[in-house]
Design a protein around this ligand. Structure first.
Ligand code: NAD
Ligand code: LMR
Length: 336
């Protein structure tokens, strides 16, 4: 079968690989969680000089884990070497927020990293490299990366809102006491921040009598329009409060989900949320990386078109777009 044909290894870059998300995601990638159980991988891990020794420790553990799919490890503090010929780039490197901070408070440290790394990716990555930005402020870092790597196609630069999407699925399934895989087609609109809009108006749940709208089955608009939304918006802060560290295993898992669905396709009849460069769909200004519902096929995402947007949603979608416009100008002022 085609499974017997040896596949070329895929080179996957993880920046910030000595950090918490890095430590959670590299074994997932090496086990085939990101690219499937038949795709060999070569891991490229980048971190900065102060973390070089810890990074080498991660490299040693990857060797010790004897992963059948892992065909090589590059562990380096040299960004050019790290980016060489990579097919997938998962950009986690940066500084996480601490309790009491908003994600944009880490702006000035992180956007300058994304400007510098844009050039290295542009020069050294494989053609058609797919980029996922995880580090906060994720949408704006992705936008800066896009602006400073003009030769990378804009459709190849995305940011992570799948964690928020999965959080929304988790809240609905908990409320209904059904398994999370029975809920689908929630949407995260906008920024990976507390202004994001988790939208259930098109979401469905599989019940014993077939697929039903989430609104109908939950039958509590008051909860859906208030507490549900704020719980998802504030979940990152709740994790920081509980762990004294930001989310890592769920972020790593969501990053694998994001890349897997982008590369291998979304299941028929369902969509996921991805932060992508706006083409003006749903009246969202071009020039922003904004989270939309997307389907993926043959390695390409497309925004789900034609969904009906009511007034409540419209206001929330515009509010998060407005925050992204402000972040964009703040980022530009940080870079000047
Ligand atoms: P962490 O501090 O544990 O790890 C970050 C790593 O990045 C560190 O090892 C650090 O040395 C490294 N680093 C710093 N500057 C770098 C550079 N210029 N190049 C390469 N590496 C560099 O943090 P973490 O918990 O792993 O979180 C990483 C980022 O992901 C943070 O910005 C966090 O806020 C963000 N995050 C995003 C989401 C999301 O859903 N989008 C979810 C969770 C966390
Ligand atoms: C999250 O959503 O968990 C991350 O973005 C970390 C944070 O700062 O909230």
């Amino acid at each position: 079968s085609f499974l017997d044909v040896p596949k070329e290894p895929c080179r996957v870059l993880v920046t910030g690989a000595a950090g918490q998300i890095g430590y959670a995601i590299v074994p997932m990638i090496a086990r085939g969680v990101m690219l499937g159980p038949h795709q060999p991988v070569i891991l490229h891990m980048l971190d900065i000089e102060p973390a070089a020794e810890a990074l080498n420790g991660v490299r040693m553990e990857l060797i010790d884990a004897a992963f059948p799919l892992l065909k090589g490890v590059v562990a380096t503090t040299d960004v050019e070497e790290a980016c060489k010929d990579v097919n997938i780039a998962v950009m986690v490197g940066g500084f996480p927020r601490k309790e009491g901070m908003e994600r944009k408070d880490v702006m000035s440290k992180n956007v300058s990293i994304y400007k510098a790394q844009a050039s290295a990716l542009e020069k050294h990555a494989a053609p058609n490299c797919k980029v996922l930005v995880v580090a906060n402020p994720a949408n704006t870092n992705a936008l800066i990366l896009k602006e400073f790597s003009p030769s990378i196609p804009e459709k190849n630069i995305t940011c992570l809102t799948r964690l928020d999407h999965n959080r929304a699925l988790g809240q609905i399934s908990g409320r209904l006491n059904v398994h999370v895989s029975d809920v689908k087609n929630v949407i995260i609109w906008g920024n990976h921040s507390s202004t994001q809009y988790p939208d259930v108006n098109h979401a469905t749940v599989t019940t014993s009598s077939g697929e039903k709208p989430v609104r109908e089955v939950v039958a509590d608009d008051q909860w859906l329009n208030s507490e549900f939304i704020t719980t998802v918006q504030q979940r990152g802060a709740a994790i920081i409060k509980a762990r004294k560290l930001s989310s890592a295993l769920s972020a790593a898992s969501a990053a694998c989900d994001h890349i897997r669905d982008w590369v291998l396709g979304t299941p028929k009849g369902s969509w996921v949320s991805m932060g992508v460069y706006s083409d003006g769909s749903y009246g969202i200004p071009e020039g922003l990386i904004y989270s939309f519902p997307v389907t993926c096929e043959k390695g390409e995402w497309s925004i789900v078109k034609g969904l009906k947007i009511d007034e409540f949603s419209r206001a929330k979608m515009d509010a998060t777009a407005k925050e992204l416009i402000e972040e964009k100008s703040l980022a530009k002022s940080c870079l000047n």
